[in-house]
Design a protein around this ligand. Structure first.
Ligand code: P6P
Length: 354
């Protein structure tokens, strides 16, 4: 009997459409163990939260209660957008039902939120920035969510969550959701960085890019140059360098997730340095810089405070901030070289004076 032609194209399309988030996690772990199933279920819940937030954002101009400010100020001292509150509550609601997550730590909450009914069984903590770059919501530009999953260690009886105050290499999983022209979810469980696109017709995140590798160097430098005179001289010298040399282009969207996603795909470096007044910078370690650093290292890039790898920083408190220099390894090293040179010069000057 003649070989029956296999409809290859259709099979490939169907196979692609079946590579959902939860299936991909199990494929990556090559296991159906309890831990693998937990991570698969956790990622699925992140996907549900992302779909709920994406749906709300898509109706922002059409319904009450989405745009604008609540009139409140969060623990960061920042004015709270209505979307910040909604997105924060989405994560709480989605993970309350998960049975897996005992504790949520969010940019929008001073203290971690406990889900007692989950705690004896669910030994995971979710750290997240529910809507990053929320100032972009009212002008219909991209925003993101950033998440990090850690194992809860110990009973945390006094609610101080001290086990969260460990370096970023303790993360089990990390990722972000980019709410842009399409909604993308990018994650890693330590086996590479993988991107999923939300197919609204299926209501599923479908694998669109596997094993993303950031170029070793790239043309983009992404920084808010409005802070130029607030920075240390070393950073100003780096900016003068890229101004004077061919091959660099500035891109800054004011929303971390979109700016970082561009770096992942095109290469280059994103910087949010400290300033004279705020040497620790603006971005929060546990639910912004550390998850993004986890991804960037998985993709062959680097993330540094300027003097220390982000993933080695041990926070003093949940909302600890650090400077952030993240992206292609050669570009991060170039920024660090200006910082090292300035430190060497100041030590030489101090030595000469002594
Ligand atoms: P600036 C948004 O508020 C955010 O936390 C990040 O998403 C973004 O990268 C940064 O702050 C922008 O800060 O000071 O440049 O407006």
């Amino acid at each position: 009997m003649a070989d029956v032609e296999q409809p290859v194209v259709q099979e490939q399309t169907l196979d692609r459409d079946c590579t959902t988030l939860s299936r991909h996690v199990l494929q990556q772990l090559q296991s159906y163990s309890a831990n693998a199933q937990d991570l698969s279920a956790l990622m699925n819940r992140i996907g549900l939260a992302a779909k709920l937030i994406a749906r709300r954002l898509s109706r922002a101009g059409l319904m009450e209660g989405v745009l604008g400010f609540t009139g409140g100020v969060n623990v960061q001292g920042e004015s709270v957008k209505k979307m910040d509150i909604y997105a924060n509550e989405v994560f709480i609601s989605v993970f309350k039902q998960s049975g897996l997550v005992c504790r949520l730590a969010s940019e929008e909450m001073d203290k971690p939120y406990y889900i007692p009914e989950n705690c004896p069984i669910g030994r995971y903590s979710l750290l997240y920035d529910p809507i990053d770059g929320s100032s972009n919501v009212d002008i219909n530009l991209n925003v993101g969510s950033i998440f990090s999953i850690r194992q809860q260690e110990g009973e945390d009886l006094d609610g101080e969550a001290r086990d969260l105050l460990q370096n970023g290499r303790k993360q089990l999983a990390a990722g972000y959701v980019l709410y842009g022209p399409s909604t993308m979810l990018v994650y890693s469980i330590g086996t590479g960085v993988h991107a999923f696109s939300l197919d609204p017709s299926l209501g599923e995140f479908i694998l669109s890019q596997e094993n993303i590798q950031v170029p070793s160097r790239g043309p983009i430098y992404s920084v808010n140059e409005g802070n130029f005179w607030q920075w240390d001289d070393s950073i100003r010298n780096y900016i003068r360098y890229v101004h004077r040399h061919e091959g660099y282009t500035a891109r800054y969207g004011g929303a971390l997730v979109g700016d970082i996603h561009r770096i992942f795909l095109q290469g280059g470096v994103f910087l949010y340095p400290g300033t004279v007044k705020k040497p620790e910078g603006k971005l929060r370690l546990l639910y912004e810089s550390a998850p993004l650093a986890f991804l960037m290292e998985q993709a062959g890039g680097r993330a540094s405070t300027g003097t220390q790898d982000i993933l080695d920083v041990v926070p003093e408190k949940i909302h600890t901030r650090t400077p952030l220099i993240i992206g292609s390894k050669d570009d991060v090293a170039l920024v660090e070289s200006f910082i090292k040179e300035a430190a060497w010069e100041s030590s030489e000057t101090a030595h000469a004076r002594s």
